[in-house]
Design a binder for this molecule. Structure first.
Ligand SMILES: [Zn+2]
Length: 319
């Protein structure tokens, strides 16, 4: 399953992402984590990111997309991923879609964890931390029993400087301007589902898994059918190509044979030549035979003549 999580700071989508990772055994890809990992590993992308950060610039979208693509290639992402914190604006979403389309792994679902602005404000500005034991409180929702004192260890609670009202309202304003329009972007693709991010963590999580299972499972079935149809089409095309290749090969062989026949005598011609040679040779041998016969004929009368002369001679002797 390939999911993008959307939600304002304080929506609790980070907490939900971790629960989804556990349930579905797919990795959560947060750009912050990817950046830290690439920089630590000293990869080319990490070096580029480092250079941008050192220069006080934002890491460019193509570096971030490169990191996501590299992360997707790892075996644990073969069944999908949960993207959290990226994309943050429409151009990033478009670039992400283009990259995932190239990989043949389009997003299946954009899950928006929707929380009202007033609740977000209270969640973000009301946070208090215990510096000693790490306990977290919220003065609006889970206040300590004694004001500004940790229930567990009694230490004083601290208020992070970036949790003040001014900073928080700025962060929420940036989200409203840049990231909130993403909901419409994915809505237009028919991929947006919204879950109200108010209530207990477990109830919100249950709602999210119900959405995921009702949206992605049927979609996966359809995608599977499309994929197998595409595979059949590809196999047919391959067979057709093989046929064309075989025909081309046969034509080539035939052409070569014709060319050979034009320059060299075919076996028929060769046979005809052989026959002609034999015919030519035949009269010669007949003549030889005749000549032999002639010499025999002429030799016999010569013998006769000799014989006659002998008898004549004998007759002369008898006389
Ligand atoms: Zn404490």
């Amino acid at each position: 399953m390939r999911i993008v999580l959307l939600g304002a700071p304080g929506s609790g989508k980070g907490t939900q992402a971790k629960l989804l990772v556990e349930k579905y055994k797919i990795p959560q890809m947060s750009t912050g984590d990817l950046l830290r990992a690439e920089v630590a590993a000293g990869t080319d992308l990490g070096k580029k990111a480092r250079a941008a950060m050192d220069a006080g610039q934002l890491v460019t979208d193509d570096v971030v997309l490169g990191m996501i693509q590299a992360r997707l290639a790892r075996p644990d992402a073969k069944n999908g991923f949960i993207l959290d914190g990226f994309p943050r604006n429409i151009p990033q979403a478009q670039a992400l879609d283009a990259m995932l389309a190239r990989l043949g792994q389009p997003l299946q679902l954009a899950l928006l964890v929707d929380v009202g602005a007033d609740v977000l404000m209270k969640r973000l500005t009301g946070r208090r931390n215990c510096g000693s034991c790490g306990a977290i409180y919220n003065i609006h929702f889970s206040a300590p029993k004694t004001s500004n004192k940790c229930d567990k260890c009694g230490s004083s609670l601290t208020h992070r400087s970036d949790d003040n009202e001014h900073t928080v309202s700025n962060r929420l304003k940036v989200y409203q301007e840049q990231t909130a329009p993403l909901a419409n972007y994915y809505k237009a693709q028919g991929k947006l589902r919204t879950v109200r991010g108010v209530g207990t963590v477990s109830i919100i999580f249950k709602t999210m898994t119900e959405i995921i299972e009702s949206q992605i499972r049927p979609l996966a079935d359809v995608m599977g059918k499309i994929e197998s149809a595409a595979q059949r089409a590809a196999a047919l095309a391959k067979a057709e190509e093989a046929k064309i290749k075989a025909a081309a090969k046969a034509e080539k062989i035939a052409k070569a044979a014709i060319a050979k026949a034009k320059t060299a005598p075919t076996t028929k011609v060769k046979l005809a030549v052989k026959k002609a040679v034999i015919k030519k040779a035949a009269p010669v041998s007949k003549a030889k035979v005749k000549a032999k016969l002639k010499t025999k004929k002429t030799a016999k009368p010569a013998k006769k003549a000799k014989g006659k002369s002998k008898t004549k001679a004998r007759a002369k002797k008898v006389k």
